[in-house]
Structures are given as structure tokens and as C-alpha cells.
Design a protein around this ligand. Structure first.
Ligand code: SAM
Length: 281
């Protein structure tokens, strides 16, 4: 037992929190597991934690029991608020709950750095937020780390290396400015109701600076073009960006016949720098 609050099954029954598919609700009921996920986020005792989608509060309880200084939880489903208020009562002054859509709420006014983000979200919302958190106007971002649950297949796309099928935009976007790894994988039965596929928790730590210099927008443009037609050779996939792409690639020592999935982060950054220094005519 990680706290003296009632078991999650009891809370869910008492507040009639039947999972709603439209809100992507698959709840974690095992508090040992939620404590493990909280630990994957590192030492939280000196951090504010932004939790998105607390639901009945299993992960929230894990975060608080593991010592988070303060948790700001944003939940769309108003039915969950009484259950979350009970948790706030058990941890006076350490949990703030906002009701609303995390895609529309700016949480920064409620958070004091250093900030870590932890979430078990519906997968579509999770990917959209991940991309936003990885592409802020300025780097380093507001967060030190992100600890996020995804479908296992998405987690593998975030951490993929060149040469693998999963390698693409998400891997490059994540790995350019973070250290990303899969912290744990979970079978469908860990959730109630169980989803169709396995899940995985990805832990991303913000690097102080990008691994290789490049302009973020140019890099995104080059990577998007390269992977939009991932089966094509680079000289064909990038022709839309530059009619003279073959010479540019050759000058940079990148084989024009290579495919995007064979090209590492360093070469993509070199390509982005070259585009910025020598824009196509
Ligand atoms: N964190 C809880 C757990 O681990 O048991 C619940 C996880 S459940 C997969 C996702 C939660 O995100 C649900 O409680 C759902 O209501 C909430 N949610 C869905 N869309 C949201 C959004 N746009 N903003 C905030 N919360 C959202």
C-alpha cells in the first residue's frame, strides 16, 4: 500500500467512474505499478510535476507517495474531480487540479521550476502534446523531463535508431534535443478496461543544447520531406526542396541514392545547416 486512501476499485465504484471510450479512458488500478511509473520520472522531491489526465488518480497517488513537491493535474472529465479532491485532502497543499482540455490550458502560471511532466494520456492527445513539448520557441524548454505512456509501437518510433522500420520524424524530433528511452513496457491487462495493444512508458530528458546545431524549422522541413516518401531515394524525395539536391548531397558526403531511414541525426542536421547557409535558387 502506498497511502492510506481507499483502493482505486472502491473509488471508481463509489464515484461511478465507468471508463468512457471517447475520452480514451484505460485506468491503472495497481498502485505498485503507478509508483513504479512515478519512479521512472526520477527524483521528484524538488520538482513540480505536471500530470495530464489523472482520471481517478492512480498515477497521481504514485507521484505524491514518491515525494513530488507539488503536482498540477489537468483532467478533462469532471466526473473525476471528487476522487481527485480526496487525494488533495490526503496530501495538503501538494495537489492542484484543473478541469479542462490539456490541449487548451496553459499550465505554466501554476507551476514553479524545475518542472517534470508525467502522463498516462489517450494516445492521440499524448502524441500531439509530445510534439508541442518538443518544438517550443526556445530551448531548453519549460520541462526537465517527460515521462509518458504510449502505445508500444509509438514508444518504439520515439526511440528508434536509423535502419529500423520505426525510425522517422518522431525519432529525429525527439532525439535531436532529448535523451529518450523506454523505461518500462506494460501488457494490456495492466489497464482497466484493457486496450488492444501493449503500452510503454517513455522517459525523455531535455538536453541543455541540441546534439548538433541546426535551425529547428529547416531541420523539420528537410526531415518531413525525406520521410514523406520514405521508400524513395533521397535525391528523389528531396527534389521538391531543391532542384540541385544531388550535388548538395554529394558535397555533404551523403549518398544521393540512400533512403531517409538510413540517414542519422548528424547528417540530417548537416543537411539542414547547408540549406540554411545555401538556400536553393
Ligand atoms: N492517469 C490515469 C491512469 O493512469 O489511470 C488515467 C489514464 S486514461 C488513459 C486518460 C485520462 O486522460 C482520462 O482520465 C481522460 O479523461 C483524460 N483526458 C482525455 N483527454 C484529455 C484532455 N484533452 N485533457 C486532459 N485530460 C484528458
Amino acid at each position: 500500500m502506498i497511502d492510506t486512501l481507499p483502493p482505486l476499485r472502491e473509488i471508481i465504484a463509489r464515484h461511478d467512474l465507468r471508463a468512457k471510450k471517447a475520452l480514451g479512458q484505460n485506468f491503472l488500478l495497481d498502485l505498485n505499478l503507478t509508483a513504479r511509473i512515478a519512479r521512472a520520472a526520477g527524483d521528484l522531491s524538488a520538482c513540480d510535476v505536471l500530470e495530464i489526465g489523472p482520471g481517478p488518480g492512480g498515477l497521481t497517488r504514485g507521484l505524491l507517495a514518491e515525494g513530488a513537491r507539488h503536482v498540477l493535474a489537468i483532467e478533462k472529465d469532471a466526473r473525476c474531480l471528487p476522487a481527485l479532491a480526496e487525494i488533495a485532502g490526503a496530501y495538503p497543499g501538494r495537489l492542484t487540479v484543473l478541469q479542462g482540455d490539456a490541449l487548451r490550458i496553459d499550465p505554466l502560471a501554476h507551476l514553479r521550476p524545475p518542472i517534470r511532466v508525467v502522463a498516462n494520456l489517450p494516445y492521440n492527445v499524448g502524441t500531439e502534446l509530445l510534439v508541442r513539448w518538443l518544438t517550443p520557441g526556445e530551448w531548453p524548454p519549460f520541462w526537465e523531463s517527460l515521462t509518458l505512456m504510449f502505445q508500444r509501437e509509438v514508444a518504439e518510433r520515439i526511440t528508434a535508431q536509423p535502419g529500423s522500420k520505426a525510425y522517422g520524424r518522431l525519432a529525429l524530433l525527439a532525439q535531436w534535443r532529448t535523451q529518450a528511452r523506454i523505461a518500462l513496457t506494460l501488457p494490456p491487462e495492466a489497464f482497466s478496461p484493457p486496450p488492444k495493444v501493449s503500452s510503454a512508458v517513455v522517459h525523455l530528458t531535455a538536453l541543455p543544447e541540441p546534439r548538433f546545431p541546426a535551425d529547428a524549422k529547416t531541420l523539420e522541413r528537410v526531415v518531413a520531406a525525406a520521410f514523406n516518401q520514405r521508400r524513395k531515394m533521397l535525391r528523389a524525395a528531396l527534389r521538391g526542396l531543391d532542384g540541385a539536391i544531388e550535388a548538395r548531397l554529394a558535397r555533404l558526403g551523403i549518398a544521393p541514392t540512400a533512403r531517409a531511414e538510413e540517414i542519422g541525426l548528424e547528417a540530417f542536421c548537416a543537411l539542414a545547416r547547408d540549406f540554411a547557409a545555401h538556400p536553393p535558387r
